[in-house]
Design a protein around this ligand. Structure first.
Ligand code: AMP
Length: 356
């Protein structure tokens, strides 16, 4: 067990790292944030920090020497960097989960290999391959970059009349994945925390609504049939078990009209759709991450309230003056100076009495 007083190393300095650092501080841990940016949200809440690239071996060695355990707050940390750190300190979740989550093809292959249902997909390495893939899986699809895409970046919708050469050029990467278009009725996610002994705690599935490809609103719990919710939780738990993951896993899923649950993506880290847990659950996702990676017992994921979380994106942040006066609203701002369009500046969680 890594007891309070120890130092948790966090790769990445965004709001997820910031909220992890705040939860760690509540339990008496120190945090050391490592990222290339000097003024990052997480660095505003801890004095221990490194500003260096993820390939700076000397800086990584000093960081490893200064911390007791390492975790990460975004999955595009190079897996090599996690591996270097893992030679001297526990990295939780491990480099393997990172490698799978940062490559959409590896991710889908892995999910299929453990009998988890996904959209149909094909690897695509050029226009000819894209034409073959469209013939195989149908004319409605989504072409995505295999690596590095997030919030809808690097994605192109494919329709029956699509110019495939143009679509390929727009996607803009050497390797892509064509997925069949899922006609979902609802997008949900499940966050599961898993400890080193294999014990797990799962949050109730939540419903996610996007605007301009960015998460806009999370409704907790999701308005889905109990049997679908149970299946979604079991899938998330199964994936975490098969990854032998220690930490947090967020699983994004599509629910179809027939009640089918298809996994879209996994993220081995805290997730935007779990921010509501800070204010509406006994243990937040961030505290759960700290508990899992430090070998403490997991806390209860039980919710005491229902909640609606809304991201404050770009200029939305100016609404803080009204929000801060609302009696059942919990405001979280990330300390970012420039409200650029599309930038997540904060979020608000509105609480309401639990209905079930
Ligand atoms: P992603 O980056 O994979 O999370 O995709 C961003 C958003 O695009 C998802 O939240 C969905 O709303 C939509 N999307 C992605 N893949 C598909 C798909 N295969 N079928 C339908 N919609 C999709």
């Amino acid at each position: 067990m890594i007891a309070p007083g120890a130092t948790i190393g966090i790769l990445g300095g965004g709001q997820l790292g910031r909220m992890t650092a705040l939860a760690a501080a509540s339990l008496g841990y120190k945090t050391h944030v490592y990222c290339p940016e000097r003024d990052s949200p997480a660095k505003l809440v801890t004095p221990y920090q490194t500003t260096a690239g993820y390939d700076d071996r000397a800086a990584l060695a000093r960081f490893a020497a200064a911390v007791d355990v390492v975790t990460f707050e975004f999955e595009n940390v190079p897996a090599d960097c996690a591996e270097i750190l893992a030679e001297s300190k526990p990295v939780r979740p491990g480099p393997n989960a990172l490698r799978i989550a940062q490559d959409r093809l590896r991710e889908k292959d892995f999910l299929r290999s453990i009998d988890v249902a996904t959209a149909q997909y094909r690897e695509v390495t050029g226009v000819a391959a894209l034409q073959r893939a469209v013939r195989d899986i149908g004319p409605h699809g989504v072409l995505k970059t295999v690596r590095g895409g997030y919030d809808g970046k690097g994605q192109v919708a494919i329709r029956p009349d699509a110019d495939l050469a143009q679509a390929w050029a727009r996607m803009g990467a050497e390797t892509g994945i064509l997925e069949s278009f899922v006609d979902f009725i609802c997008e949900i996610s499940v966050i599961v925390a898993r400890g080193a002994g294999g014990g797990a705690a799962t949050y109730v599935p939540v419903e996610n609504h996007h605007a301009h490809h960015i998460l806009d609103t999370t409704i907790a719990p999701a308005r889905i049939a109990p049997a679908v919710a149970m299946r979604a939780e079991a899938i998330a738990r199964h994936i975490a078990d098969k990854l032998d993951l220690v930490g947090l896993l967020a699983v994004e899923m599509f629910v179809t009209a027939e009640g089918e649950v298809l996994v879209n993506e996994i993220a081995p880290r805290p997730h935007n759709s779990g921010h509501w847990t800070i204010d509406a659950c006994i243990t937040s996702q961030f505290e759960q991450l700290v508990r899992a990676i430090c070998g403490l017992p997991l806390g209860s994921p039980e919710r005491h309230s229902d909640a609606v979380m809304k991201n404050l994106i770009g200029d939305d942040v100016g609404k803080w003056r009204d929000i801060v006066g609302e009696p059942a609203a919990k405001l979280h701002l990330y300390g970012k100076a420039n409200a650029m369009p599309g930038r997540k500046m904060g979020h608000v969680t509105r609480l309401m009495p639990r209905r079930d």
